[in-house]
Design a protein around this ligand. Structure first.
Ligand code: SF4
Length: 68
């Protein structure tokens, strides 16, 4: 299982606030208007970003890409 960010739900027009709340530094964003990415190696699946994202853009996927 891994976490990903939905490009349709994320407006990609601001600095992602989830970057500073992730305890593992697993979320990165190349530019303030690009889609943030979650490093599945660093991510401990604490769920903070899922709860904190106002756009509900973060979701869990199974290995074969299915939404839970
Ligand atoms: S689930 Fe937790 S560790 Fe993983 S990216 Fe979100 S805030 Fe970071």
């Amino acid at each position: 299982m891994t976490l990903t960010i939905d490009a349709q739900l994320c407006p990609q027009n601001h600095r992602c606030p989830l970057i500073s709340i992730c305890p593992e530094g697993a979320i990165t964003q190349e530019r303030n208007n690009s889609l943030p990415r979650i490093d599945s190696v660093k991510c401990i699946e604490c769920g903070k970003c899922v709860k904190y994202c106002d756009m509900q853009a973060v979701y869990k996927v199974k290995e074969h890409g299915q939404t839970l």
